[in-house]
Design a protein around this ligand. Structure first.
Ligand code: OFO
Length: 164
């Protein structure tokens, strides 16, 4: 069983990963409506990954004999200024997730819960990769620019990041 203080934060993280999934799905829908098929495909796939992150936490919590709690999810934004705004928001959101994962890791050390500390290391590495991924997309946008064919090229580049 997890200590209550850790269980509460794990359940909060489950909710956050669930929110991330919905946020990226909402962004995918906005991109699709703008004809940005590459970004739409990438964000839909990322939404599924976030659902996987949520389920991995859910399974771990239940395996400890504690109860994972599925709670209400805040509605994500549905309107964005442009594709750069979308990816700046994904990057900002991933930074927030990194902060919450780090807080959890810190708490497990304080509470001497080494099994959960060990479990969370996967998320620590994942956050490093995700920050680099989203930052890389923003960097590309800054290099290519969004004017004229730039938007078309960027969308294609993002679509190429999707694992087949
Ligand atoms: Fe995109 O992050 Fe989950 O953990």
């Amino acid at each position: 069983m997890l200590k209550k203080v850790i269980l509460d934060k794990m359940n909060r993280q489950i909710n956050l990963e669930h929110f991330s999934s919905n946020l990226y799905l909402s962004m995918s829908s906005w991109c699709k409506a703008q004809g940005l098929d590459g970004a739409a495909k990438f964000l839909a796939q990322h939404s599924s990954e976030e659902l996987g992150h949520m389920q991995k936490l859910f399974k771990y919590v239940n395996e400890t004999g504690s109860q994972a709690i599925i709670s209400g999810i805040e509605a994500p934004d549905t309107q964005f200024k442009n594709i750069k705004d979308v990816f700046e928001q994904t990057y900002k959101h991933e930074l927030l997730i990194t902060t919450t994962i780090n807080e959890l890791v810190e708490l497990t050390l304080q509470e001497k819960d080494y099994a959960t500390f060990n479990f969370l290391q996967w998320y620590v590495s994942e956050q490093h990769e995700e920050e680099a991924l989203f930052k890389g997309i923003i960097d590309k946008m800054n290099i290519i620019g969004l004017e004229g064919r730039g938007l078309f090229m960027i969308d294609k580049e993002i679509g190429n990041l999707v694992a087949n």
